[in-house]
Design a protein around this ligand. Sequence first.
Ligand SMILES: *Cc1c(COP(=O)(O)O)cnc(C)c1O
Length: 368
Amino acid sequence: MTTRRVPFFPYAQLFLAEEKALTNVMQDVLRRGAYILQKDCREFEQNLAKFLGVKHALGVANCTDGLHIALRAADIGSGDEVILPSHTFVATASAVHYAGATPVLADCGPDHLMDPASVAKLVTPKTKAIMPVQLNGRTCRMDDLQAIADKHKLTIIEDAAQSLGAKYKGKMAGSFGLAAAYSFYPAKNLGCFGDGGAVVTNDDDIAHKLYCMRDHGRNHDGVVEMWGINTRLDNLQAAVLNYRLAGYENIIAHRRNIATWYHERLHGLSKLTLPPSPEKDVYFDVYQNYEIEAENRDQLKVYLKEHGVDTLVQWGGKAIHQLDALGLSSNLPQTEKLFTRCLMLPLNMAVTEDDVEYISGLIRKFYP
Ligand SMILES: *Cc1c(COP(=O)(O)O)cnc(C)c1O
């Protein structure tokens, strides 16, 4: 029997695949001594804004900081409640907590994303914002969330960490709300070699505040105009991101191909629920993750591991309301059920059709 080794995310291999080009990009920056807020960062910000069709994009040190300063720029803080899904990275809730507001956790729908019906039930007089998380490379049902926001005059700030380039009804994830943040963590669809992020908005006033807040409160003239923090995107990372953004369409296309390969080989198995396949409909998904639901999930995970295939349960297996240290426990039946079943199969730029064939064969063998 063939034994393959399919790592979940081969960090070094993905650098080596483009070593020469990436080394040239970095050497060029280093030789210019251009480290902080230099032209590479500005160019990346312009290209990113253009790609997304938004007015302003600003590089920040990571997505978490981007969400944090977006909340602060929108005057969301002490006494305010912000509704977000429990099925997300702890960072979404931390950004709200450190802005001084209270995270309120919503249940998920069958698509694993924030369920608008659950959100509607959580609105109180203290609710100030909704923070949809565009999870797994897919966009939430933004028109339903927008309707709730309109009805109660709530601000929408999107956590688009996982969904650069995803679309809903032709509009980019991250371009729906007042502001949004993206992550360029190495394993994200557009990854750099360390931490990186961006925050975007179409609002000129918010953009100005974000510009100042990410750099010690300093405005375009270097004058301190307000309180700020240091959350700049390193110029070296920006240069890498700018290089990779130029080829991002190919990255999306390959990820969508992998999703198609999985779908072709795994659909129809009664013990599995698959993510939607990349058909043309109101969703354009970019497959940051391929998160399936599986019966006997834990045994399947062990079986795949024994045969050389690494898988991952998102967030270490716990939704935010299940993180005891944070004290946000809540009754979210859909999310709880999902967390006994969810599993992410390898999906990255190194995964080949042969890998998918091998993994799918194992899964078919596992379920007699
Ligand atoms: C990765 C991720 C973040 C955090 O991004 P950082 O750049 O590491 O701060 C936030 N939310 C979600 C949904 C993520 O996947």
